[in-house]
Write a new protein. Structure first.
Length: 91
């Protein structure tokens, strides 16, 4: 399998997958880098990851995904509420 993450030091290179493990963040693949080194990478950083429908439909990765925009809107709303509460205490 191939590491597809553009900023990973092993990006673009292919390795044998010698196992997998799970942690609280999800599935990780164990890659045999050389005779002595095995590295763990998230499944989504490899070509074994399912294709992202947003990338397929948009022909390239979106600048912001819908979930990112929703999270950003919630953050802005929380910050606005906090800011207005702080201003009320100053009067």
């Amino acid at each position: 399998m191939r590491v597809t993450h553009p900023f990973h030091p092993l990006g673009g290179r292919s390795f044998e997958c010698v196992g997998e493990r799970f942690n609280r963040y999800g599935k990780r693949l164990l890659l045999q880098v050389d005779e002595q080194t095995v590295r763990s990478v998230p499944l989504q950083w490899t070509d074994l990851s399912p294709v992202d429908p947003e990338v397929v439909m948009g022909k390239e990765p979106a600048f912001l995904r819908l979930t990112d925009l929703i999270e950003l809107a919630q953050l802005v709303a929380r910050l606005c509420r906090c800011s207005s509460l702080e201003g009320a205490h100053e009067v």
